[in-house]
Design a protein. Structure first.
Length: 412
């Protein structure tokens, strides 16, 4: 049995509304270390966005290298695969590859081709189980930059030339990896957006070039046993359960408050069968919306903070993040300053500017005076489902709801 821990989107060095997240990263990485040991993980895949910035601080780099060192020290024989995401500086991430390989870590930030084919020495990795038996082959693909995507003439495709270029790159790379895999199950990594996936409103940048945003999930054919993806922060599968985003480790923005953050454990049995398990990670600190649903009157903001009944001696890094929704029927001027001033008297950290909630009548008037509403044909069905779910329940749909919706779409 081969056990793989799939994670990604660590975003080490991230801040939220000016607040550092270092303590939360330390707690989450220690939890991953514990899982690796307790679950007897054979391989770790980190699917991009290791850092939040292309110029991470010395402290952020130290946290990453320290975590990798401890994981390998506590689980001798662990293999690790790390790819660059769109937030990472691909060259700098690869720079210490020679040293990291001594730990058993393969870092891939850029594509390398030899005679028109991907360099197998860089992009193909064979994973072995605890007995040393080869159990899977990994095609290691990082975030694709503009220079990586083959140029396709418009007359050579019926849709987007960019999407067709991404498709052809994956087709050829997967075919080469299959031919070299000696019959082993094939795993493919990636850092991209698949059509039909659920995105957060704030955190995830649109990363394809040429005005494109997403590619079809069928770029990973059934011959791919598992696709270990990064970029989207909500844990989810797209198209089928073995094409999966592990998601981020904890909420990186207020819009991610209701996600069930965690990691994915992938088990491959000797016959090549694949089983995927989502392991939720405990929140390092609470992330609270005031109120839990709906919105507060301005006069009730202070009382809502008092009702939290928090220990006034809480250290700053242990204080909960709070996001406030305020009901406004007139001008919203001054509300942000008002919320910040009230929050300053409590052991909390404000996660984002207040969410301004207006009455339906005012929203309708604003729409009538502004641009025309979007056409139904221009809205992705999953986006429409998510919006309707939030409007009805005041929380984002959980994975069970997304799976039910995906199943329903396949039956139509």
């Amino acid at each position: 049995m081969l056990r793989i821990l799939h994670t990604g989107d660590w975003h080490i060095g991230r801040t939220l509304n000016g607040w550092a997240r270092r303590n939360e990263h330390a707690v989450a990485l220690a939890e991953i270390e514990r899982i690796i040991v307790e679950r007897q993980i054979d391989a770790l895949i980190v699917a991009g966005d290791i850092f939040d910035s292309m110029a991470p601080s010395a402290d952020a780099r130290g946290m990453f290298y320290g975590a990798m060192d401890r994981m390998h020290a506590r689980r001798p024989g662990l293999s690790s695969i790390v790819i660059a995401g769109n937030h990472d500086h691909a060259g700098q991430l690869e720079a210490p590859s020679v040293l990291l390989q001594r730990l058993g870590t393969r870092v891939v930030g850029t594509l390398r081709q030899v005679d028109g084919r991907l360099d197998a020495r860089k992009h193909h990795v064979v994973l072995k189980d605890a007995t040393g038996c080869p159990r899977a082959c990994v095609l290691v693909l990082p975030f694709l930059g503009v220079g990586d995507i083959p140029r396709i003439a418009p007359e050579e495709c019926t849709g987007s030339a960019i999407v067709e270029g991404v498709r052809r790159l994956h087709q050829s790379a997967i075919a080469e990896a299959r031919a070299a895999s000696d019959g082993l199950p094939l795993i493919v990594t990636g850092h991209l957006t698949l059509a039909g996936s659920a995105e957060s409103e704030i955190s995830e940048r649109r990363i394809l070039v040429g005005g494109e945003h997403a590619v079809p999930h069928d770029i990973f054919p059934p011959t791919v046993a598992y696709a270990a993806l990064g970029h989207l922060h909500r844990p989810q599968w797209v198209g089928r359960t073995t094409v999966r985003y592990a998601g981020s480790l904890f909420p990186l923005s207020a819009s991610e408050r209701d996600y069930e953050h965690g990691v994915s454990v992938v088990s491959i049995d000797p016959t090549g069968g694949v089983a995927v398990e989502h392991l939720p990670l405990a929140r390092p600190v609470p992330f609270i919306r005031l109120p839990a649903s709906g919105a507060l009157e301005r006069s009730a903001i202070a009382d809502a903070f008092r009702e939290l009944s928090l220990d006034p001696q809480l250290a700053t890094e242990l204080r909960p993040f709070v996001h406030v929704a305020v009901k406004v029927n007139g001008t919203a001027a001054g509300i942000r300053g008002e919320v910040d001033e009230i929050a300053g008297g409590f052991p909390v950290r404000v996660a984002a500017p207040p969410e301004i909630v207006r009455s339906c009548a005012i929203e309708h008037a604003g729409n009538a005076a502004g641009t025309a509403p979007p056409q139904l044909k221009d809205i992705d069905p999953l986006d429409l489902f998510t919006q309707a779910f939030v409007a009805c329940h005041q929380v984002a749909p959980a994975e069970i709801h997304l799976r039910a919706f995906a199943a329903a779409r396949e039956e139509v």
